[in-house]
Ligand binder design. Sequence first.
Ligand code: 5GP
Length: 255
Amino acid sequence: MARRRMIYEGKAKVIFEGPEPGTIVQYFKDDATAFNNQKKGTITGKGVLNNRISEYLMNRLNQMGVPTHFIRRLNMREQLVREVEIIPIEVVIRNIAAGSISKRFGIEEGTALPRSIVEYYFKNDQLNDPMVSEEHITAFGWATIQELDEIVALSLRVNDYLSGLFLGIGIKLVDFKLEFGRLWHENGDMQIVLADEISPDNCRLWDSKTNEKLDKDRFRRDMGNVEGAYQEVARRLGILPESGPADVQGTDTVQ
Ligand code: 5GP
């Protein structure tokens, strides 16, 4: 097989040119970072689990009519996705106060918010992903008003669907981060689609009964058993890799 061209190496994924034009391959690493790269580590098997979890959730969302970049999983650590023009905005949807909103407004973690809150952050590591308003997004041309309307509508649909899905397996969807891209069709039409990944790396997931954290906060806050928490999410979703936890290290097919 020919060597693939690497397009970009991120903190948790490597992006390669796909086998056909208009496709790319996302390779999921075990590397974990937090606080804009100040904390670094490895979570054994994380890449395999996130590849699986994101595949499952993106497929379910596609079935619900939410357009995503996801095409199919290729192997333990890789998935094929459509090449999109990434909009440089992180959309955070919050249902329960935790993390930065608790810090910023002095709200105790775990407090239910009066309604779901949507926030935007400008994707820029050098600037530490600053929070931005719709005014900034449209004035600086990162997205148009129409695109932003579509992004908010899709984000709220994703929140409704995933909140219900997780509640059904005894998990509260506290908050999560989404990214969107522009998918250009051959006839010149453009469609806003969900991109990146949905996994315990970018969601806060708490056990419904005990509030035990089942997400990357275990790494960020040195709580231990990070692998176990990601495995528990996969287990409850019914998608633990074929032969169980022993299988999560996965094969390194990266070339
Ligand atoms: P917070 O603003 O409280 O730190 O994060 C809110 C939610 O968005 C959390 O679920 C967190 O995992 C996710 N999130 C925010 N920024 C990022 C980011 O840069 N990378 C990842 N993986 N998740 C993020």
